[in-house]
Design a protein around this ligand. Structure first.
Ligand code: ATP
Ligand code: CA
Ligand code: CA
Length: 444
């Protein structure tokens, strides 16, 4: 926030950045659709498309109300193929990003990046450092190869890399898949690395309505971990192993598993409690609620106010949406965690209540906590644009390795990956021993 009370990033007002992003992407997509689709060539990965946006409008650009700027699209042809790989229709991409205002998210990270989420929940836009953008450019061809071989993955899906240049300032950003649906009120959210060193959410983070907790918080709150049915557990672990091998091969580290937990039974309890409080707990209400435990949580982002700030962060518990029977808008085939890990849906949908089915449709991975509460997990790997090479330069200087032995999150990629996997496989996710009697087997 600057002296005039305006929110800025690199001294640019964030609302100008948002508008520039929208104008830039709209133009970039327009250019793209004019070109015929063709096979990808190696040189496509090195292309940089540069367009000037004078305030009064240019030959190919519209007039606008913000400071004149230049917009750059990295490897447009390559990203076009990425989007195709994930069944993202270009008109939908355009509508998601440019159709409505973007919602700025508060970032718990230390990097100072700004995050935007599209109103329809489909995409996240994250500003990245120069080094990270360079790294992604270098990585792109190999990353593309990896994803083509194995589209079922929890690795981030990058749908575009751009740069907004205004004066001497360059603001680079990526468009990627959104992992946490804002239409579902998550009970908890974790950023997990498998490290314990400084891995506890800070006090300002804790004050948020849904804070992003870290490894140590998880250990405290879920001492026994989260229980998955055997098949689900195996699919998830296989997926994580494969993804980690890829990251290790790229010598990437310091990534996290982002994990959002929706607690279905807690939501039901909360609602019953709020029903009691407000005196709505009549027999009729109880009857209708028993058929309808979840849909009160289910709203489309648009119904929730979309571009306004009425998203997850600001919703208080007990506040209920009125939309019924709406499913979460999802356009990408592989965006949902359940599809990412290539798992069969565990239970017969016919057995499930209608609203639970709606949650399934939104793609959460079914799990239970140690109390037997039914959970749906939303998860994926994030923040992968840091390679060991960059790290060594940065962090060795800080002497963090010496201070805390093997619990420091800065190590070589092999060590990082092993520790990350071990933590997830043994402490975060557990195989449910007996699906028919989960209660007994859980309470040791
Ligand atoms: P740092 O480098 O300090 O760790 P950063 O600015 O690089 O932070 P990330 O680690 O990428 O940021 O992400 C910060 C937070 O933003 C995450 O903990 C998560 O809450 C949210 N976030 C990041 N990526 C996504 C995504 N794809 N979908 C939903 N939320 C995301
Ligand atoms: Ca991070
Ligand atoms: Ca980062």
């Amino acid at each position: 926030v600057d002296d005039d009370g305006q929110v800025t990033y690199k001294k640019r007002p964030t609302n100008e950045i948002m508008l520039a992003i929208q104008l830039g992407i709209q133009n970039s997509v327009g250019n793209e659709t004019q070109r015929p689709y063709r096979d990808l060539l190696t040189q496509d990965f090195g292309v940089l498309e540069i367009v000037d946006f004078p305030r009064d409008g240019g030959k190919f650009t519209v007039a606008h109300s913000i400071t004149s700027f230049t917009f750059k699209t990295y490897a447009p042809m390559a990203f076009r193929h990425f989007r195709k790989l994930y069944n993202i229709d270009i008109s939908q991409f355009l509508a998601s990003i440019c159709g409505e205002e973007l919602e700025e998210l508060s970032n718990p990270g230390a990097s100072g990046s700004i995050f935007y989420r599209t109103a329809d929940d489909n995409f996240i836009i994250k500003t990245v450092q120069h080094k990270e953008a360079k790294y992604l450019q270098r990585l792109l061809l190999q990353y593309y190869l990896t994803l083509t071989q194995n589209p079922r993955t929890l690795l981030p899906k990058f749908y575009g890399l751009y740069c907004y240049q205004c004066g001497s300032k360059n603001i680079r950003f990526v468009v990627m898949n959104n992992l946490l649906p804002s239409s579902i009120r998550l009970s908890e959210k974790y950023d997990l690395k498998g490290s314990t060193y400084k891995r506890r959410a800070g006090s300002s983070e804790r004050e948020k309505s849904v804070p992003t907790f870290k490894d140590l918080d998880f250990k405290l709150l879920h001492e026994n971990g989260l229980f998955l049915e055997a098949d689900m557990y195996n699919s998830l672990m296989e997926c994580i192993s494969r993804d980690c091998l890829v990251l290790e091969s790229f010598r990437i580290m310091d990534y996290s598993l982002l994990l959002g937990i929706y607690n279905l039974d807690q939501a039901i309890r909360d609602r019953e409690a709020s029903g009691l409080l407000s005196g709505r707990h009549t027999a009729a209400a109880a009857a209708s609620s028993s058929q309808d435990p979840v849909s009160f949580e289910m709203e489309t982002a648009a119904a929730a106010g979309g571009s306004t700030s009425a998203g997850v962060e600001n919703r208080t518990s007990g506040q209920v949406g009125l939309q019924r029977g709406l499913s979460v808008k999802r356009i990408s085939l592989f965006n949902t965690p359940i599809e990412s890990i290539n798992a069969e849906r565990a239970r017969d949908p016919v057995d499930m209540q209608l609203d639970e089915e709606a949650l399934f449709t939104s793609g959460g991975i079914p799990a239970k906590n140690s109390h037997g509460d039914r959970l749906f997990l939303f998860t994926g790997i994030i923040d992968i644009l840091q390679s060991y090479r960059l790290f060594k330069k940065m962090e060795h200087a800080m002497k963090s390795i010496i201070t805390d032995g093997d619990t420091v999150s800065v190590h070589n990629p092999r060590f990082y990956s092993d520790r990350f996997q071990l933590f997830l496989k043994t402490e975060v996710f557990k195989k449910q021993p007996d699906a028919s009697e989960p209660q007994e087997s859980l309470s040791q």
